[in-house]
Design a protein around this ligand. Structure first.
Ligand code: S3P
Length: 442
């Protein structure tokens, strides 16, 4: 379902312009499969990303007894059907590179009577799970993790009680994990977060008939309450991924070209990077598209020019642009006045330590960033020169380096490029279609 592409590539400077149809949204694709398998009758899905992470969720659900049948549509997006119910798995559940799969599945298996062992690749086995152990334990499940905080994660699920859980960070994965467990609890469950985060689980649960209340207080605190009950089958649809579109939007913004990305998810919790580029001085046209799915969708066209920069990002904007912060560092470097990112300590525990790997990747290209414990600062007026970058096993670092090669002054050689299959296996095809020049080295 996902294809490991070339692992070493050289990207040459080029003018990137045109229209690109990016793959389905990774976060929504996971949820189409996960929530679809909880309905108890057949649910059709379409628009899913043909990516490694989504394949991990599909494989995990099959291990849990679901039928998941997916095949490519005429644009390479996956469509098919999911049929639950889920039951105790007879083998360990391999989540590959996908933190979203592991953390959301923890909430699902907490509601299944039986034992589950969740694990993943070397990167995932370094990422924290204490954040889901705490609330699920409070709900009555029994969980054990290595060193209490990293996978493998062992869950003995069963009778759950409804709780109110206040999470310290605005993590959509933790919120979703607890809401999915709450669906199977003995009474309502509330998740309180310091601010809103991506809300795909809430939107899709409502789309499937769940009872859900969402309130955002004046101070920004978000409270989401789920009342347990059955889900009702409805078709599920993943729009295109704004986090994938962001690479091309940054390319257009810094190079002064125009790139259109039709049909991307356009919820407020996901379009933070686009808002940042607009505030930096890029021009964006956003045209809403009708959809029968659970998410707002828009055609987005970005035209670059002289990027001013000079912004400090923190709070809500950081959560809304979380996965785009590596490539936004490149936009900051190529703007007049640079970019500062605070409140982003979570970057340290993504597929890699993204403060360190962004600093190293752009540093290898002569772009200087100052690492901060909770973000970075980058001076403006810098252009990437050629060089060699190690993707550090992180798809978004690999793609950030590729964009730096395309918009910079000299070729960039990237090793570990196969990691892009995690979210965007067709990245090089799209780069070429927009006018990019790529050499495959092995
Ligand atoms: C995701 C939530 C975010 C994001 C990740 C996908 C999701 O993580 O970084 O790529 O699909 O819920 P956190 O919830 O841990 O911040």
């Amino acid at each position: 379902m996902s294809h490991a592409g070339p692992d070493r590539v050289r990207v040459h400077p080029a003018t990137l312009a045109g229209t690109v149809r990016v793959p389905g949204d990774k976060s929504v694709s996971h949820r189409c499969l996960l929530l679809g398998s909880l309905v108890g009758e057949e649910v059709t899905v379409r628009g899913l990303a043909p990516s490694g992470d989504v394949a991990s969720t599909a494989g995990a659900l099959r291990t849990l007894g679901a039928t998941v049948e997916l095949s490519p549509d005429d644009e390479g997006r996956l469509e098919g059907r999911v049929v639950g119910p889920l039951r105790e798995a007879t083998d360990v559940i391999d989540c590959g590179n996908s933190g979203t799969s592991l953390r959301l599945l923890a909430g699902v298996v907490a509601g299944i009577d039986g034992l589950a062992v969740l694990t993943g690749d070397a990167s995932l086995r370094r990422r924290p799970v204490g954040r889901v152990v705490r609330p699920l334990t409070a709900m009555g499940a029994h969980l054990h993790a290595r060193g209490d905080d990293v996978p493998p994660l062992v869950v003995r699920g069963g009778d759950l009680r409804g709780i109110t859980y206040e999470q310290p960070h605005a993590s959509a994965q933790v919120k979703s994990c607890v809401l999915l467990a709450g669906l199977r609890a003995d009474g309502p469950t509330t998740v309180v977060s310091p601010m809103p985060s991506r809300d795909h689980t809430e939107r899709m649960l409502r789309h499937l008939g769940a009872t859900l209340d969402v309130a955002i207080a004046d101070d920004g605190t978000e409270r989401v309450t789920i009342t347990p009950g059955p889900l009702v089958a409805a078709p599920l649809h993943a729009p295109r991924d704004p986090s994938s579109a962001a690479f091309w939007q940054v390319a257009a913004a810094v190079a002064g070209t125009t790139i259109s990305t039709p049909g991307v998810l356009d919820g407020e919790t996901r379009n933070g990077a686009l808002r940042v580029l607009q505030e930096m001085g890029a021009d964006a046209t956003v045209t809403p598209v009708d959809t029968d799915g659970s998410e707002p969708v828009a055609d987005v066209t970005v035209t670059g020019g002289d990027l001013r920069g000079g912004l400090t990002l923190g709070g809500r904007l950081v959560v809304d642009a979380l996965d785009e912060l590596p490539v936004l560092a490149l936009a900051g470097a190529m703007s007049a006045e640079g970019l500062e990112v605070t409140d982003a300590a979570e970057l340290r525990v993504k597929e890699s330590d993204r403060v360190a790997t962004t600093v190293a990747a752009l540093g290898a290209l002569g772009v200087t960033l100052q690492a901060r414990s909770d973000g970075y600062r980058v001076e403006g007026g810098q252009r990437p020169r050629g060089g060699r970058v190690d993707a550090a096993g992180d798809h978004r670092i690999a793609m950030t380096a590729a964009i730096a090669g395309a918009v910079g002054d000299a070729p960039v050689e990237i090793s570990g490029f196969a990691a892009v299959a995690t979210s965007y296996p067709t990245f090089l095809d799209d780069l070429t279609a927009l006018g990019g020049r790529v050499e495959l080295l092995d």
